[in-house]
Design a protein around this ligand. Structure first.
Ligand code: GLA
Length: 638
C-alpha cells in the first residue's frame, strides 16, 4: 500500500458474520490487527459499519426480515443486502453492531471516517412484504394525517379505489393493470425514506459515540431509487462509486456528469471517488477492460469534477466468491509484471502531487434542475409517451455542454437559484408550487431558462395542474400547449429556424399557441407544419426558451451556445474536441485540468504560464501537449 501511495482504505464492508459470528458475540481481534497494521503503515481507515450483508444466523432466526418483491417472491440469503429496509429486526441488529464497533474503535488512531452500509438500495431498493406494508401505512399517516387526505391525494374515486381504513392500504403489489400512480409515487418516496432511516439509525449511534468522526455512505451516481438530495444533506462527506463502461463511447461524458452531481449534492464541497475498478468489472455481460491510460484519465477526471480522494474497489483481487473476476489494485498474478499494478503505483505517485488542489472548488454559472420525485413520476407508466426518459433528456443537454467545456451544476428546482445565469430544465414533469415560483423568480431577476416539453404537468400528488399546459410556466414562457403529439420510435420531424437553419426533432412534438413568445423555429412538414417548435420569451429581466421537441444533437449544441452567449456563460477553456477542461479554484489559486479523452495526442492552447502538477513540468502560454488519454493539471499563474 505504501508503494502505491495509499493513505485511506475502506475496511470491513462485508464483515458482519466475522465481527459478530453469533448473536451478541463480537470478535474484533482480527480487525484490531488489520487497523493496527494500517496505522503503523501510515494508512487511515474509512471504517465500515459492516451492515450491508447480514450474517446467515440473523435471517435464519428471523426470516421475516427478508425482502419480498411486488409479486410476493422472497429474496433469500446467500448473496448480500438481503434485508427489508423497514425490518425492525434488521435495524436493531445493525444498531447493536454499530454501537459495539463504534465503542470499540472510537479511540483507534487509524479511524478517519465511517463508511455506513454500502451502496444503499443497490440490489434491494424497495420491499413489498407485510412489515413494509405496515411501515408504508405509518409513513402515509404521517404525510396525510387522515384517510380522507390520502383518498384525496391518491384520487381514489378513480377505479373504485376509495379506502375506508388504513389496514386496507398496501404497497403497490402486482396488480391486474397499472396500480394507482400517486400510490406508486408515494411508495417510491417511502422506499427512499425507509433506507434513509436505516442509514439514520446508524448515523445516530456514530454521532453519539464518535461525534468528531466524519460520516459517508457511497452513492452510485444517478441512482433512481434514492433521492440523494435528501441523503446528501445527512452526510459529512459525499462519496461515489463510478463504473463507466469502457465499451461505451459516452462513458467519459457520463462519468463527468455523475461527478458534477456529486459536487452539487455536497453543495460544492469536495467529495471522494470511493470505488472504481482498476481494469475490469465482473457484472456486465462482457466486461470490457479499460484502455491504456483510461483508469488514470478517469481518476483525474474525478478530481477535476471536485473529488479530493480517489479510491478503488478492491485492494486485493479475491480468490473465492462472486467477485473474484473483478479487477483489483493487487491482481491475482504477480505484481512485478502487472501493468495494472504499475498503473496503480504511478497514479498514487501522481495524485500525491495534487495536494494543493485539495479543498479547492469550482464555480458553475449553469445549473441543470434535477429532482428525483419528478424523475419517478415521469417514468411511471400510462403517459402520452413512454419514450420520454429522464436520463436521456438530461444527457441531451449535458453532452452538448460537456463537449463545449461549460461547467454545469445540478440543483434542486426549489433551491436558491440566484447564483446561476443559465438554468436548464430537461424535463420537470412534476413540480411543486414553491419550486415553480423559484424558477420564475430566477428568470424574472435575469437568468436565462431553457425548458423542454412535458414540464410542469403535475403537482406533487401526481395530479394534473389544470389551467392549460404547462400551467405553472405558461406566463413565464408566453405560450400555451394545446395538446401533445408524441413521435414514435424512428419518427422525426423537421425544424425550420427563422435564420434559415434546419434541424430535426425526435420523441415529441406539440401544438403551441403563442401568448407573447417569439418563434425561433417551427415544425416543418408534419401536420404541425408552420406551428411553433422552439420559442423565446422575455420575462422580467430574463429570458425563457422553450423546446417543444427534442432537437438533434447539433441543433441542441447550437441552442445551448446561443443560450450561453445570451447569459454570458463562458467555457472553462478553449480546448479542441475530445479534450475536457475544468477549473478548480481556492482563494487566489487556480488549477486547470485538461483531459484528453482521445487515443491520439493533441495540443491544447493555453494563455497562462504555470506548472503541470501531474508531472512537475513548467508550462508557458502557447500549446500544452497531451498524449493519448493524457492529462495535465496546470497550477495557473502563481
Ligand atoms: C459496488 C460495491 C462493491 C463491489 C463493486 C463491484 O461498487 O460497493 O462491493 O460489488 O460494486 O463493481
Amino acid at each position: 500500500m505504501r508503494e502505491a501511495g495509499v493513505n485511506l482504505v475502506s475496511v470491513g464492508i462485508f464483515s458482519w458474520s466475522r465481527l459478530e459470528p453469533a448473536e451478541g458475540n463480537f470478535e474484533f481481534g482480527w480487525l484490531d490487527r488489520v487497523l493496527d497494521l494500517l496505522h503503523k503503515g501510515g494508512v487511515d481507515a474509512d471504517l465500515a459499519t459492516a451492515t450491508a450483508s447480514p450474517p446467515p444466523w440473523l435471517s435464519h432466526r428471523h426470516p421475516e426480515m427478508l425482502p419480498v418483491l411486488a409479486d410476493g417472491v422472497t429474496l433469500w440469503p446467500g448473496s448480500r443486502q438481503h434485508y427489508c429496509p423497514s425490518s425492525p429486526v434488521y435495524r436493531s441488529a445493525a444498531a447493536r453492531l454499530v454501537e459495539a464497533l463504534a465503542t470499540h474503535y472510537a479511540d483507534h488512531p487509524s479511524l478517519n471516517m465511517w463508511h455506513v452500509g454500502n451502496e444503499y438500495g443497490c440490489h434491494v431498493p424497495a420491499c413489498w412484504c407485510d412489515v413494509s406494508a405496515q411501515a408504508f401505512r405509518d409513513w402515509l399517516l404521517h404525510r396525510y394525517g387522515s384517510i380522507d387526505g390520502l383518498n384525496e391525494a391518491w384520487g381514489t374515486d378513480f377505479w373504485s379505489q376509495r379506502y375506508s381504513s388504513w389496514e386496507e392500504i398496501l404497497p403497490p403489489r402486482r396488480t391486474p393493470t397499472w396500480p394507482n400512480p400517486s400510490q406508486q409515487l408515494d411508495f417510491m418516496r417511502f422506499s427512499s425514506d425507509a433506507l434513509l432511516e436505516c442509514y439514520e439509525v446508524e448515523r445516530g449511534v456514530l454521532k453519539r459515540v464518535t461525534p468528531e468522526v466524519p460520516i459517508t455512505t457511497n452513492f452510485m451516481g444517478f441512482f433512481k431509487p434514492l433521492d440523494y438530495w435528501k441523503w446528501a444533506a445527512r452526510e459529512d462527506v459525499v462519496s461515489h462509486d463510478s463504473y463507466p463502461d469502457p465499451a461505451d463511447e459516452r462513458s467519459g461524458m457520463r462519468a463527468a456528469m455523475a461527478g458534477d452531481l456529486m459536487r452539487s449534492l455536497g453543495q460544492g464541497r469536495p467529495w471522494i471517488l470511493m470505488e472504481q475498478t482498476t481494469h475490469r468489472v465482473n457484472w456486465r455481460d462482457v466486461n470490457v477492460a479499460k484502455a491504456p491510460g483510461q483508469m488514470r484519465l478517469w481518476s483525474f477526471q474525478a478530481v477535476a469534477r471536485g473529488a479530493d480522494g480517489v479510491m478503488f474497489f478492491q485492494w486485493r483481487q479475491a480468490r473465492a466468491g462472486a467477485e473474484k473476476h473483478h479487477s483489483a489494485m493487487v491482481p491475482h498474478g504477480p505484481v512485478e509484471t502487472s501493468p495494472t499494478w504499475s498503473d496503480v503505483v504511478t497514479l498514487g505517485r501522481e495524485l500525491a502531487r495534487l495536494e494543493a488542489v485539495c479543498g479547492s472548488r469550482s464555480t458553475a454559472d449553469v445549473a441543470v434542475l434535477f429532482d428525483w420525485e419528478s424523475w419517478w413520476a415521469l417514468e411511471l407508466p400510462s403517459k402520452p409517451s413512454n419514450r420520454v426518459r429522464m436520463m436521456e433528456q438530461v444527457e441531451a443537454y449535458y453532452a452538448a455542454l460537456f463537449e463545449a467545456n461549460v461547467l454545469v451544476d445540478f440543483a434542486h428546482p426549489g433551491d436558491d437559484l440566484s447564483g446561476y445565469r443559465l438554468l436548464l430544465m430537461p424535463n420537470l414533469y412534476l413540480v411543486g408550487d414553491g419550486a415553480a415560483a423559484a424558477v420564475g423568480r430566477a428568470v424574472e431577476s435575469g437568468a436565462t431558462l431553457l425548458m423542454s416539453f412535458f414540464s410542469g404537468i403535475v403537482d406533487p400528488a401526481e395530479h394534473i395542474r389544470l389551467g392549460g399546459y404547462p400551467q405553472p410556466f405558461r406566463a413565464l414562457l408566453g405560450l400555451d400547449v394545446v395538446d401533445f403529439h408524441p413521435l414514435s420510435a424512428g419518427e422525426d420531424v423537421a425544424l425550420q429556424f427563422a435564420d434559415g437553419a434546419q434541424g430535426r426533432g425526435e420523441i415529441w412534438s406539440e401544438d403551441i399557441r403563442l401568448n407573447g413568445a417569439e418563434v425561433l423555429a417551427t415544425f416543418s412538414g408534419s401536420h404541425l407544419d408552420g406551428r411553433p417548435a422552439i420559442t423565446r420569451h422575455r420575462a422580467g429581466n430574463g429570458t425563457a426558451i422553450y423546446l417543444a421537441t427534442q432537437p438533434d444533437p447539433k441543433t441542441m449544441a447550437r441552442l445551448l451556445e446561443m443560450a450561453c452567449a445570451s447569459a454570458s456563460v463562458e467555457a472553462s477553456a478553449d480546448a479542441p474536441s475530445g479534450v475536457e477542461a475544468v477549473r478548480r479554484t481556492a482563494g487566489g489559486k487556480s488549477f486547470l485540468f485538461l483531459l484528453n479523452h482521445r487515443e491520439v495526442a493533441v495540443d491544447v492552447p493555453i494563455s497562462t504560464a504555470g506548472v503541470n502538477l501531474a508531472d512537475g513540468s513548467s508550462v508557458h502560454p502557447g500549446l500544452v501537449h497531451l498524449g493519448s488519454r493524457g492529462v495535465a493539471v496546470i497550477r495557473e499563474g502563481w
